[in-house]
Design a protein around this ligand. Structure first.
Ligand SMILES: Nc1ncnc2c1ncn2[C@@H]1O[C@H](COP(=O)(O)OP(=O)(O)OP(=O)(O)O)[C@@H](O)[C@H]1O
Length: 243
């Protein structure tokens, strides 16, 4: 794994037209730490993630990796450093699992075919899918497809990983396997931001839980402090609805 970096968002604002979605987001994720972002639908969680790898540009504020702003960086170079996994797995349906992973290794990391295949197999093994290298995505379960998407992102040797509701599209029995991969990655010291509705995962795996409401991080802290001793009434109300 390449070295993880710290991540900071400073007073990030973003509007879609007149809809002011981010209203001054501050978040600090230490190197190697896992932050889980929780909060009501529409509070801006996905939008926040997308500002980190510049799928969206903030109107104001800053995004920093290891203390350095990334807002002037080449987006393609930045996206090699910041891997992202989406709710829908976004695999190429007409390619084998292996090819889905080697494609970017060859085109972006410029690896030769043999090395790309070797790297891809290593990462497939890491997510427990070495035996599925030659399968088409459609022949895999949703949970397996999501693990391929994770392997594909990890193969690029990111320094930060973003997960946008990575288990929300999965049948309940498939969620566990994907969360186990995330927990493993967290334990290995990857810097991660995980937008999730899985409160059990947040409680057990996160170093920090950040509660977003109406475009700001209203409260953040260690899981025990957030789940057991929430200060803000809006967070207490949210938790009473989801726990
Ligand atoms: N590309 C876009 N164009 C216009 N509006 C958008 C766009 N993306 C998100 N929004 C709006 O931004 C607001 C926040 O959306 P966002 O997806 O960030 O919320 P969320 O907290 O991730 O919600 P959920 O938990 O339901 O996924 C919503 O009002 C949404 O309609």
């Amino acid at each position: 794994m390449s070295t993880s970096v710290s991540l900071s968002l400073r007073d990030v604002h973003l509007a879609f037209g007149r809809n002011q979605v981010l209203r001054g987001v501050d978040l600090d994720v230490a190197r190697g730490a896992t932050a889980c972002v929780i909060g009501p639908s529409g509070s801006g969680k996905s939008t926040l993630l997308r500002t980190v790898n510049r799928l969206l540009e903030p109107d104001r504020g800053d995004v920093l990796l290891d203390g350095r702003s990334v807002l002037g960086d080449d987006p393609d170079a930045l996206r090699q450093r910041v891997g992202m996994v989406f709710q829908q797995f976004n695999l190429f349906p007409h390619m084998s699992v292996l090819r889905n992973i080697t494609l970017a290794l060859r085109r972006i990391r410029k690896l030769g075919e043999d090395e790309a295949v070797a790297v891809a197999r290593t990462h497939l093994d890491r997510v427990g899918l070495a035996a599925k290298a030659d399968a088409r995505p459609a022949h895999l379960s949703g949970g397996q497809q999501q693990r391929v998407a994770i392997a594909r992102a990890l193969a690029m040797q990111p320094q930060v990983m973003l997960f946008d509701e990575a288990t929300s599209a999965l049948d309940p029995e498939l969620v566990k396997g994907v969360l186990a991969v995330l927990a493993d990655l967290s334990a290995q010291g990857m810097t991660m931001v995980v937008v999730t509705h899985e409160m059990g995962f947040a409680r057990e795996v996160a170093d920090q839980v950040a509660f977003m409401d109406a475009g700001v991080v209203l409260e953040a802290g260690e899981p025990g402090a957030v789940f057991e001793a929430a200060r803000h009434p809006r967070l207490r109300r949210f938790l009473s609805q989801v726990l």
